[in-house]
Design a protein around this ligand. Structure first.
Ligand SMILES: Nc1ncnc2c1ncn2[C@@H]1O[C@H](COP(=O)(O)OP(=O)(O)OP(=O)(O)O)[C@@H](O)[C@H]1O
Length: 621
């Protein structure tokens, strides 16, 4: 059989320039290799009793020589022999680290990061020459590997005292489009390390120069260079929960720039199962200023073995929990070669499912144990939960229904649906709600009076999304929702209304024809106490929904089926009757004015304001 051949020069070029989207990841790759090399020494020491491993002696050091345009990444790891330099750095896609894991049959060796055998070459993203000086554990001589990229490499013996590897990158000159000088800035390098390699287990050291007040002087400054460990090493999520305080979690929230507020709650998870992972999830207090803009990106930071893979992994959070911040770290993810995306999402789906349940449980716990806190949360993100109920054709309504709250007529406070249902009166078959722009306005709706008069509790819907969400929910605990504006309210007065409607049938028919096309019917209603008329609606689309939909940009114009309800006990009805019997023109006028009054009370526009004012003037004559 013939073996595939590859044009290695082209392959290297292709690989370097097409795998990675960000040049800065070269440092992540080289630091991960250095960490793997130290790990290998550690695992060797476990089985070789002649070796000891004192973790304090092991570190990674990054130095910059601006004049020579060089960055050096040194490690105190296991090093490479001449043969290993040739094989591991000379054969693309050969991973010495993967081999090591197999050879040593490491049970807990999943911490070793390397697996694809390509990361090293990302050095050429920023360097035009790469020099590797390495002394392997137990070897007499050190070797130097050097390459300027596609043309190949040379290996020769060299001097190096201690075991380990130095990788020296000679950074490219700036081009018109790209600034390579920035990689020679220690502060930039420090920031890259913090971003991707903050949780590498070994110290990553750098010499950082800063200016400080000269001792004994008042305003003379001097440059001081200090060796600093730049990475945090042990991530907070790998620490024992019992040793961490709320302040620790809060500090991490701020360090990660998750928000300026203090989170209301956090969940720290350490899961071992089909997929093992650790996570810290936060429920913020305040809505980020860009939350409802296209700028806002949901997602959790995703790590694999302590190395940052994705800044915002959106798949880990459903939209309705898009406010949650935090991190997830798992060793079980199958990464793609660039470590920028995931190969399979089976593990990710499992984690996401689990996280969803945990967030929900946390919020339910908050409702139960710290009502005030939950209400603070709900002021910020309640709307998002309602969107969650409405979107995806209600697919998530079961998950979310117990997290919903609305202000109710019972003490004018936020209540949950289960609290409402637990207080329902005998004979009350519906959960009643009224819709309007503000609580004040809702309370004054003529339609509300009858429901409140019967002593029924009523929910006030003041956000556009409320009624849409509730229509999607349809019922809660077997109780259907009912708008106080709907034509069939199921109240005890229904029978009387039917009788009165029959009694004045011809008058109502006449009104309907005067209002031709504007209302479906005119009926008598006892739910009106002090008002002469109101609008009710029939069918699925309510008057409030009509308002919301019609106000949307590019929204199609919709029309709810309206019914004009008339209070036959009102003084005005007598005048209407008199006009009906004696003066059709006056009757038309009255009908029009009453209809427009009902529209105004509903918060609807008057269709023809000029005609309306003329009509009012007519009445005053
Ligand atoms: N600093 C180092 N010390 C010792 N060995 C190293 C070092 N850097 C690289 N190697 C060896 O070279 C091999 C190839 O490295 P490379 O970064 O290309 O791939 P990898 O780390 O195995 O996989 P990945 O592409 O997933 O990072 C490594 O597997 C390792 O055996």
């Amino acid at each position: 059989m013939k073996q595939f051949k590859a044009e290695s020069k082209r392959l290297l070029d292709l690989m370097i320039n097409s795998i990675y989207t960000h040049r800065e990841i070269f440092l992540r790759e080289l630091i991960s290799n250095a960490s793997d090399a130290i790990d290998k020494l550690y695992y060797r020491a476990l089985t070789d009793h002649n070796l000891s491993f004192n973790s304090e002696d092991y570190f990674i050091k990054i130095t910059v020589d601006e004049a020579k345009r060089q960055i050096k990444i040194s490690d105190t790891g296991i090093g490479m022999t001449e043969a290993e330099l040739d094989e591991h750095l000379g054969v693309i896609a050969k991973s010495g680290s993967l081999q090591f894991k197999k050879d040593t049959e490491l049970e807990d060796g999943h911490d070793i990061i390397g697996q694809f055998g390509v990361g090293f070459y990302s050095a050429f993203l920023v360097a035009d020459k790469v020099t590797v000086i390495s002394k392997a554990l137990g070897a007499e001589t050190a070797y130097k590997w050097e390459s300027c990229g596609a043309d190949g490499y040379v290996i020769e013996p060299c001097e190096k005292e201690s075991v380990g590897t130095d990788i020296i990158l000679t950074v490219k000159e700036n081009t018109e489009d790209e600034n390579f000088d920035e990689y020679l800035d220690p502060y930039k390098l420090k920031a890259i390390i913090k971003k991707y390699s903050d949780f590498i287990r070994y110290p990553i050291k750098m010499d950082i120069t800063h200016s400080q007040l000269k001792e004994g002087t008042e305003n003379e400054y001097e440059e001081v260079t200090e060796e600093q460990t730049v990475n945090s090493m042990v991530p907070i999520w790998k620490k024992n929960k019992r040793e961490l305080t709320d302040a620790d979690y809060q500090a991490f929230y701020h360090e990660k720039h998750f928000g300026f507020d203090n989170p209301l709650a956090h969940v720290h998870l350490s899961v071992d199962g089909n997929v093992s992972y650790q996570a810290i999830l936060y429920i913020p207090e305040k809505m980020p200023y860009d939350f409802y803009t296209t700028e806002y990106e949901k997602g959790l930071e995703l790590y694999s073995s302590g190395v940052l893979i994705m800044n915002k992994c959106a798949d880990l959070l459903p939209d309705y929990f898009s406010f949650v911040k935090g991190i997830v770290d798992s060793e079980d993810l199958s990464l793609n070669i660039s470590r920028e995306i995931l190969q399979h999402d089976r593990q990710l789906k499992l984690i996401a499912k689990n996280i969803k349940t945990k967030i929900k449980n946390e919020l339910e716990k908050m409702i139960k144990n710290d009502r005030e806190k939950y209400e603070t949360f709900y002021q910020s993100f309640g709307r998002q939960l309602k969107y969650g109920v409405y979107s995806d054709f209600g697919a998530n309504k079961e998950v979310l229904q117990d997290l919903l709250m609305f202000t109710s007529s019972y003490e004018d406070k936020l209540v949950t649906l289960s609290e409402y249902v637990s207080r329902m009166k005998e004979g009350q078959s519906h959960i009643y709600y009224a819709v309007g722009d503000s609580i004040d306005r809702v309370k004054k709706l003529p339609q509300s009076e009858a429901v409140l008069d019967q002593g029924y509790e009523m929910l006030y819907f003041t956000e556009d999304i409320d009624e849409f969400a509730i229509k999607m929910l349809m019922s809660y605990d077997g109780k259907e929702f009912k708008s106080v504006s709907s034509a069939d309210l199921d109240l005890e007065t229904d029978e009387k209304d039917a009788e009165a409607t029959k009694e004045f049938a011809s008058l109502f028919e006449n009104m309907t024809s005067v209002l031709s096309g504007k209302v479906k019917a005119v009926r008598a209603s006892q739910r009106l106490k002090s008002h002469p008329v109101c609008l009710a609606n029939e069918g699925e689309l309510s008057i409030e929904m009509e308002k919301v939909l019609n106000s949307m940009p590019n929204g199609q114009q919709v029309k709810a089926d309206k019914v004009l309800e008339v209070n036959v006990n009102h003084e005005v009805f007598k005048s209407l009757q008199a006009a009906y019997e004696q003066d059709q023109a006056k009757f038309d006028l009255y009908t029009d004015v009453l209809y427009n009054q009902a529209r105004l009370i509903e918060g609807l526009d008057i269709e023809d304001p000029v005609a309306f004012t003329n009509n009012v003037c007519q009445l005053m004559k």
